[in-house]
Design a protein around this ligand. Structure first.
Ligand SMILES: Cc1cc2nc3c(=O)[nH]c(=O)nc-3n(C[C@H](O)[C@H](O)[C@H](O)COP(=O)(O)OP(=O)(O)OC[C@H]3O[C@@H](n4cnc5c(N)ncnc54)[C@H](O)[C@@H]3O)c2cc1C
Length: 448
């Protein structure tokens, strides 16, 4: 049997709303909250049992500095700051105000619950355990999405749609152009460990010493204790190379291979450490996906824009996180900083320092992401947010962190709301209005 023909099917429209968001990481949730706070009727569809995406379901518990590279001017605020302030009240995030630290660990479980509360407070209608399956198009415009949940197949009709699925599932289904880059940043299965105490031994050197024997590729090894206490450690230490996570079979392979690598790491500990060894304490509900599809948008963000701190009239996000390329063809990570430094870092080895450009006195203090990089070419009523943004290898390698993508979510929510209010296509939304509403909503939108 090569094919099955499914008889035409009547699908009930169970919900009608103004804006439908697909995907509920902080990106999608912040899009939904922004639009709902402005008065839109918003529905959000999330395939997991929780919000937060990679930050919760994949255990990646590290946000970054809200300040410029000098740690003087605050350049990120909005819902990112609001969420961190709420987490701080629960002792669930490391200090972040006036802090000169660029990595800020948080507690993923507390974040999960905080996001529930924030979405409910804003009046967002939530669908967990619900898979977006396809888009319904009428006259070149999206009119509904088909979803699948426990009770069956349903349709949600909306006037505007936000693709925050990470993999651009909504865009693919609606025929909006996407591409898979030649170099995909490889996925990683993170894990939580208890009893993470190695005395004088360097755990990363220990792992790398035995990596070949246990079939571990040289990749990345870092982690962070989960606040508020130092008794659970989140390890980011596997790397599955050469696969496209937007391919179903490849994704299955990645999950199994990521877990195999984690077991290899725990076996290295068991075999080589005496006494109480670090214990595998929790696995993610899915592998952390760094990159898959990107959209063809109105502006392809380039590495030179980021590294030279280009300022855009339609800037909707600020960031300082360096270009951070996780290699496919070799181990380690290459960082490129706004001050011209370059650093090639390999697990358990001394980093190699160099420069990607000569020193000069006027280093940019932050970079920006333009609204156009979120708007698919030929889109009428779909806007994107998150890692699918249109960017080259270097630009993506910096833009991809959560404090940056959170801001793209907020901007997508505001832009969708304006398009709705003015009954215009998303490409026609005035960026000055988006920026003004973002600023009024406490985002750090700089006057250019
Ligand atoms: C291992 C790893 C380590 C990282 N380290 C850091 C770090 O330290 N700090 C940092 O800031 N960033 C880090 N990043 C990058 C950052 O986490 C991601 O770029 C970011 O989370 C992407 O956000 P997103 O909203 O675009 O996608 P995601 O977080 O992937 O969210 C997509 C959401 O959409 C849902 N979804 C997908 N498809 C469907 C569907 N068909 N139907 C319904 N729902 C759907 C998913 O369940 C998910 O909730 C890391 C990434 C990885 C993978």
């Amino acid at each position: 049997m090569n094919e099955i023909i499914i008889p035409s099917e009547k699908i009930p429209v169970t919900e009608e709303c103004d804006i439908c968001v697909i995907g509920g990481s902080c990106t999608g949730v912040f899009a939904a909250i922004r639009a709902a706070r402005l008065g839109a009727k918003v529905v959000i569809v999330e395939k997991q049992n929780r919000f937060g995406g990679v930050a919760t379901s994949s255990l990646v518990n590290m946000w970054h500095s809200l300040y410029d590279t000098d740690y003087k001017e605050q350049i990120i605020a909005g819902l990112t700051l609001e969420t961190m302030e709420r987490l701080a009240k629960r002792n669930a995030v490391a200090p972040f105000m006036n802090s000169k630290v660029y990595g800020i660990p948080l507690n993923s479980e507390e974040l999960t619950i905080e996001l529930d509360e924030m979405a409910l407070e804003a009046g967002v209608k939530i669908h967990f355990h619900t898979f977006f399956s396809s888009a319904v198009m009428e006259g070149g415009k999206m009119s509904a999405v088909i979803i699948q949940d426990k009770t069956g197949r349903k349709a949600i009709s909306a006037k505007m749609f936000i693709d925050a699925s990470g993999d651009a599932d909504l865009c693919v289904s609606s025929g909006l152009g996407t591409y898979i880059p030649e170099h995909i940043q490889p996925p990683t299965t993170c894990a939580k460990f208890s009893a993470w105490d190695f005395g004088d031994i360097n755990p990363y050197e220990l792992i790398m010493e035995h990596a070949e024997e246990y079939g571990l590729p040289e990749g990345i090894l870092w982690g962070a204790f989960v606040p508020p206490h130092n008794d659970v450690y989140m390890l980011n230490g596997t790397r599955v190379k050469g696969k496209n996570p937007a391919d179903a079979d490849a994704l299955t392979y990645c999950e199994i291979e990521g877990r195999r690598q984690l077991r290899a790491i725990t076996d290295i500990f068991r075999k080589n450490l005496k006494g109480r060894t670090p214990q595998l304490n929790a696995l993610p509900s899915y592998i952390g996906i760094r990159e898959s599809r990107h959209i063809h948008s109105l502006y392809h963000l380039k590495g030179e824009d980021i590294l030279n701190g280009k300022k855009f009239d339609d800037a909707i996000a600020n960031g300082t996180y360096p270009v951070d390329i996780h290699h496919q063809e070799k181990g380690g990570i290459t960082f490129r900083y706004l001050d011209g430094r370059e650093r090639y870092s390999r697990p358990g080895k001394k980093a190699v320092e160099s420069r990607w450009r000569e020193e000069h006195p006027d280093n940019p203090k932050f970079y920006q992401i333009p609204l156009r990089s979120l708007i698919p070419v030929k889109s009428k009523n779909v806007i994107c947010a998150g890692r699918m943004l249109d960017a080259d290898k270097e630009a993506f390698a910096a833009a991809r962190v959560m404090v940056n993508l959170n801001q793209t979510g907020e901007a997508a929510g505001v832009a969708a709301y304006i398009a709705l209010q003015e009954n215009i296509e998303i490409t026609k939304v005035c960026h000055e209005k988006v920026r003004k509403i973002l600023k009024d909503g406490a985002s750090c939108i700089m006057d250019l």
